[in-house]
Design a protein around this ligand. Structure first.
Ligand SMILES: N[C@@H](CCC(=O)N[C@@H](CS)C(=O)NCC(=O)O)C(=O)O
Length: 200
């Protein structure tokens, strides 16, 4: 399988961590891509020009990270990273949606900060920042409900926190969130996380 990827994308990292945790990392051939440049090799497969994008062994093209993770989770015999049914399934998917949503807001801020100063909107930035802060506070407050075992929800939270360290180290998220910080410090020692640390 071919995975269009970059070493900075937290959504790609979700896929790579899940693949590592389920023994599938050797199945993924990585194709380095810059999605922001609308490279023809990527847009030919994904009209949205977004990564991660996966081409399966049967030639099917899959995106986005949620779809790819669900696909990969069906390819191994181990413990499911997305529970197949029941209350736990919805908890895991909701946690993923929350962490993805915080990432979406963070990436909007990151892109906004790249624009000319005169074009930036402080109100827009504040709105996205508030969403990030509320999301992180929720994770801290509800830690005991979600931090128990590995699944796609906690993987997504870990990739989110790793990305904040990578792109927003000037806005430390650990302040006032000691439980979340402790959890991440332990989780980020996993080989799957160590093997996927973001870099430029
Ligand atoms: N919801 C998508 C988000 C993917 C995404 O936004 N990826 C970024 C890189 S981190 C991207 O490819 N951006 C290019 C663009 O938006 O043009 C997913 O989960 O895969």
């Amino acid at each position: 399988m071919q995975l269009f990827y970059s070493s900075t994308s937290p959504f790609v990292r979700k896929v790579l961590v899940l693949a590592h945790e389920t023994g599938l990392q050797g199945e993924l051939e990585r194709v380095k891509t810059n999605p922001w440049q609308g490279e023809a090799v990527l847009t030919a497969e994904n009209p949205l020009s977004k990564i991660p994008t996966l081409i399966t062994n049967t030639g099917q093209v899959l995106y986005d990270s949620r779809v790819i993770c669900e696909y990969l989770d069906g390819l191994h015999e181990g413990v499911r990273m997305i529970p197949e049914a029941g209350e736990q399934r919805w908890q895991v998917l909701r946690l993923q949606a929350l962490a993805d949503g915080i990432l979406d807001a963070g990436i909007l801020r990151f892109m906004e900060a790249k624009r000319e100063v005169a074009q930036r909107s402080p109100e827009w930035d504040k709105m996205q920042k508030n969403a990030v802060e509320r999301g992180l506070d929720y994770l801290q407050t509800n830690l005991s409900n979600w931090n128990t075992e590995i699944n796609l929800g906690v993987i997504t939270v870990a990739c989110l926190l790793g990305w904040l360290d990578f792109r927003f180290s000037h806005e430390p998220w650990r302040t006032d969130r000691p439980g979340l910080a402790d959890w991440y410090d332990t989780f980020s020692q996993r080989p799957s996380m160590q093997a996927t640390v973001p870099f430029e």
